[in-house]
Design a protein around this ligand. Structure first.
Ligand code: KIV
Length: 283
């Protein structure tokens, strides 16, 4: 292979963590050498598209409970379902770093539960890291997994598995007590060995303060531009549901509208006898 045809470099927990560089490595003003681009995917087709487009992290999020399964929250998702989707996405990923979410109540009851669930996601799913929601209360698990060789991505702020505790999917960290708690959670995750932390649904200043305070790379969603990277749910980024457009989302395509148009054109062609034509027919 010619030098110019080199495949993109494989992204790992180590290479991503190293992007939180020092000034002598040509960093941005916030301390990251190059911002990290992450996106969710749940199957081989979209994982491959994201991987080939050069996205750094493919996250098999438990958001699949909402965008793939149609539930109102992520809470019903099981470890079996996460393993299944992670295994499918893994077949499409070559260069990106593949992270799988630990679903609700697969790790909250005990560290042993968490170790077993993480083991399945890595061993059966092919995940290269796992993501857990929470802070101080999951720090012991984060430490244990890290020592066992499983990189852990944390997740603080508006953590969707706590939707009932929050009274809905609501911005967190507006009041000082919440702000301090979320900052302490991020510090606890980083101290326990998390290489990355998703910061979701918090004011910009809090995300910036966390990013400055921890050695882990921070990946924001609805947390402003000062994080070390950004993540979006692929259905939001691609506009797969034309009716859903929260403020923190930027749509880079309108695939929902395009797909609806294509389905309607196909149905009209079939009904009118225009499909299949001669070129789609074997003699
Ligand atoms: O489940 C998910 O997709 C997530 C991202 C939104 C960070 O946790």
């Amino acid at each position: 292979m010619a030098d110019t045809d080199k495949a993109p470099r494989k992204q790992t927990a180590v290479s991503l963590r190293a992007r939180k560089g020092s000034a002598d490595k040509g960093t941005t003003d916030k301390g990251t050498t190059e911002k990290i681009a992450a996106v969710t995917a749940y199957d081989v087709a979209f994982a491959r598209l994201a991987d080939r487009a050069g996205v750094d992290i493919v996250l098999v999020g438990d958001s699949l409970g909402m965008v793939v399964q149609g539930h109102g929250s992520t809470l019903p998702v099981t470890v079996d379902e996460m393993v299944y989707h992670t295994r499918n996405a893994a077949r499409g990923v070559a260069s990106a770093h593949l992270v799988a979410d630990m679903p609700f109540m697969s790790y909250q009851a005990s560290v042993e539960d968490g170790v077993r669930a993480a083991g399945r996601l890595v061993k059966e799913g092919g995940a290269e890291a796992v993501k857990v929601e929470g802070g101080v209360e999951v720090a012991e698990l984060v430490g244990r997994l890290t020592r066992l060789g499983v990189p852990v991505m944390g997740h603080v702020g508006m953590t969707p598995q706590s939707v009932h505790q929050f009274g809905g999917f609501k911005l967190q960290g507006r009041v000082e007590e919440q702000r301090q708690r979320i900052l302490a959670d991020a510090r606890a995750l980083a101290d326990a060995g998390a290489y990355a932390i998703v910061i979701e649904g918090v004011p910009r200043a809090l995300a910036a303060a966390i990013t400055a305070a921890v050695p882990a790379v921070t990946i924001g969603i609805g947390a402003g531009p000062d994080c070390d990277g950004q993540v979006l749910v692929m259905h939001d980024l691609l506009g797969l549901d034309p009716a859903w457009k929260p403020r923190f989302v930027r749509r880079y395509a309108e695939l929902g509208q395009a797909a609806a148009k294509a389905f309607a054109a196909y149905a009209a062609d079939v009904r009118a006898g225009r499909f299949p034509g001669d070129e789609e027919t074997f003699e």
